[in-house]
Ligand binder design. Structure first.
Ligand code: PGA
Length: 323
């Protein structure tokens, strides 16, 4: 056996820990592990304070963590959550019919009763927003185009975005999973011009959330997740750029909990999670966030240092260990 030091490969020749199924492509990104907690429409002032205390009591290891309380509790969360926690809104507004080829996006405040604009989030220094969650798409009729505009608009106002994509069970069973996801991604890519006003990269996180796995306790298998994530990354490489494909973090969401998170975190193309139900339990959520260490180990990257990794090879040149 010999050891040598080299740049980490984009995809390890052989996954050091539990490899995904043989015929599933592996194509790791380079982003920092990122976990989102989507509190949805849950909680009260008192329960939010308790949850924030639980989160502040935890220790996070080399991971970006973003929690999304309901709008009314954003201010409280901004004031009381300690770093490195960051805060996200669960939605923001853009006019659905807005045609704005010059991307000036100055028409979003106004007579839109009940809505909250990206400008307002910017004003309160809320750094993140979740857009295109399947509950917004299905319960509030948000189209792909509408979500695409929202993403570009939010980026224009300097917000980082978690944009959700995913298929229904019916779509999966009829073999349309990737068509659905690619259409959702295309609507975003069409709006982000990546030059002057809005951009991809580490500030746009894609959350793959199969609708049939959200809140159902039914988790997608590691093979299903890896397969979709690798195809999303390839789509970004083909349709946006290789650079964006490597920088974009792709989260998995759908019944992730403190028990199943480690197995999923081992996958090379999972760059984090978007967690609903289990993000309401502070201790569980902290544990899920800290599977970042499991992920870095599995893909052969040292936390905090992605430039130099030591790989050990056997006599045939096969990778057998990383340090
Ligand atoms: P869940 O929700 O973890 O409760 O399935 C995930 C989500 O909707 O983001």
């Amino acid at each position: 056996m010999r050891a040598r030091t080299l740049e980490p490969p984009r995809a390890p020749a052989r996954a050091p820990a539990r490899a995904p199924a043989r015929d599933v492509a592996a194509r790791a990104g380079r982003g920092r592990f990122v976990v989102g907690g989507n509190w949805k429409c849950h909680g009260s002032r008192a329960s939010v304070r308790t949850l924030i205390e639980e989160l502040n009591a935890g220790t996070l290891k080399d991971v970006d963590v973003v929690v999304a309380p309901p709008f009314l509790y954003l201010d409280d969360a901004m004031a009381t959550l300690k770093a490195p926690y960051e805060v996200a809104a669960q939605n923001c507004w853009v006019e659905p019919g807005l045609v704005d080829p010059t991307h000036r996006y100055d028409s979003e405040t106004g007579a839109f009763t009940g809505e909250v604009s990206a400008e307002m989030l910017e004003d309160l220094r809320i750094p993140w927003v979740i857009l295109g969650h399947s509950e917004r798409r299905s319960l509030f009729g948000e189209s792909n185009e509408f979500v695409g505009k929202k993403v570009a608009h939010a980026r224009y106002h300097g917000l980082s975005v978690i944009v959700c994509v995913g298929e229904t069970l019916e779509e999966r069973e009829s073999g349309k999973t990737m068509d659905v996801i690619f259409s959702q991604l295309k609507a975003v890519a069409t709006e982000i011009d990546d030059k002057e006003h809005s951009s991809w990269g580490s500030q746009v996180v894609i959350a793959y959330e199969p609708i049939w796995a959200i809140g159902t306790g039914k988790v997608a298998t590691p093979e299903q997740v890896q397969d979709v994530h690798a195809k999303i990354r390839q789509w970004l490489a083909d349709n946006v750029s290789e650079e964006v494909a490597l920088a974009t973090r792709i989260q998995y969401g759908g019944s992730v909990n403190a028990t199943n998170c480690s197995e999923l975190a081992r996958l090379s193309d999972i760059d984090g999670f978007l967690v609903g139900g289990a993000s309401l339990k502070g201790e569980d959520f902290v544990k899920i966030c800290n599977t970042s260490a499991v992920h870095y180990k599995a893909i052969g990257r040292k936390p905090r240092d992605d430039s130099v990794v030591t790989f050990s090879f056997d006599e045939d040149g096969e990778l057998i260990d990383t340090k």
